[in-house]
Design a binder for this molecule. Structure first.
Ligand SMILES: Nc1nc2c(ncn2[C@@H]2O[C@H](COP(=O)(O)OP(=O)(O)O)[C@@H](O)[C@H]2O)c(=O)[nH]1
Ligand SMILES: [Mg+2]
Ligand SMILES: [Zn+2]
Length: 311
């Protein structure tokens, strides 16, 4: 039988759920050894991959994956168990949606900055979505306005929503139409609640407050893609805290801060790390308030955490 083209919606280790171009889902396994990328990956096929399928059993709906089409982009992270193995989280993304909260719990800006850098590294644009608006008083709204100023100024859209009341949903959904969006964020920010709101049949388990520390939870769940009712696809990554900044070099880091990228060509040295070098355009921009000081400090913190042998 002729090979079909299919899109991977879910991976559970050795089995993949793949949708062909007619809309039929197949349970597929990898046939033989697939040619891998230059990285060592523990999962050669990822959610979001386009693959060639060979039907095995039409009635049962099983198929073999013959090969993977080249990826436009992909996000990966270090395997929790093997430092030198990488796990491809998802591929062929249009954007990533970083879900954050200002209350119950408050997402740290350090975490936000690391996530934004990770997405920049993979050339995936980011959207910051602030959930639990229904809980915000004047203090939290002031923080939100601050984030709009800082992150909006850097070039990231910042939205305010409530998965509970539906506030801000139209704006948010309009940004997801016809795109493949990866959803990330700390546990407890409302990823499952948001998905349940959009896909009522899904019934993702939500977690109560006691689950937030998350450390004791060893949920090894896998990424999964869903079709949104208004068009567009969402990739959920349950149980994933954040991407590692794999193979990030110190000299590259400032390229992943858009507001630094814009001014750094005016630094005297083209390998400027923007620390103590003379005539540094980034430091001047921080002094003039063009670049936010907290973002700059995040940059310095991240820089210190990178040892040059790789992250
Ligand atoms: N007040 C309020 N609570 C929310 C909202 N969204 C989620 N929650 C609550 O926050 C907790 C964590 O939500 P959950 O969807 O499990 O977060 P996840 O870990 O990111 O999947 C649950 O108790 C939800 O009911 C919201 O918009 N407002
Ligand atoms: Mg959840
Ligand atoms: Zn500089």
């Amino acid at each position: 039988m002729a090979a079909k083209r299919g899109l991977v919606y879910k991976s559970t280790g050795s089995w993949y759920s793949v949708r062909d171009e007619q809309g039929k889902f197949w349970n597929a396994r990898i046939k033989g050894v697939l040619k891998l990328d230059e990285i060592t990956s523990t999962n050669p096929v990822a959610v979001g991959d386009w693959v060639q399928l060979e039907v095995e059993d039409e009635e049962v709906g099983t198929a073999m994956i013959l090969n993977i089409e080249p990826r436009r982009n992909y996000l990966h992270r270090q395997s929790p168990r093997h430092k030198h193995q990488h796990h491809i989280v998802a591929s062929n993304l249009d954007q990533s949606m970083l879900l954050v909260t200002i209350k119950n719990p408050k997402t740290s800006t350090g975490f936000i900055d690391r996530c934004l850098v990770a997405s920049e590294m993979y050339h995936v644009s980011s959207l910051i979505v602030c959930n639990k608006a229904d809980l915000y008083g004047p203090k939290e709204l002031a923080v939100f306005e601050e984030w709009v100023r800082v992150y909006g100024g850097a070039g990231y859209p910042v939205l305010l929503v409530s998965a509970e009341t539906g506030q801000g949903m139209d704006d948010l959904q309009a940004r997801l139409v016809d795109k493949t969006t990866l959803v990330t964020g700390h546990s407890g920010v409302g990823k499952s609640s948001l998905l349940n709101r959009w896909l009522p049949g899904l019934n993702r388990r939500t977690q109560d407050v006691s689950g937030w520390s998350g450390k004791g939870l060893h949920t090894t769940t896998f990424a999964e893609m869903f079709e949104l009712p208004n068009g567009g696809k969402i990739i959920d990554t349950p149980g994933m805290r954040e991407f590692g900044l794999v193979n990030l070099e110190r000299a590259e880091l400032s390229h992943y801060f858009p507001e630094m990228r814009r001014v750094m060509e005016h630094c005297q040295f083209n390998n400027c790390l923007h620390l103590n070098e003379p005539d540094c355009a980034v430091k001047t921009a921080v002094r003039d308030g063009v670049i936010d000081e907290k973002r700059y400090l995040s940059y310095v913190n991240l820089l210190e955490s990178i040892d040059d042998r790789n992250y």
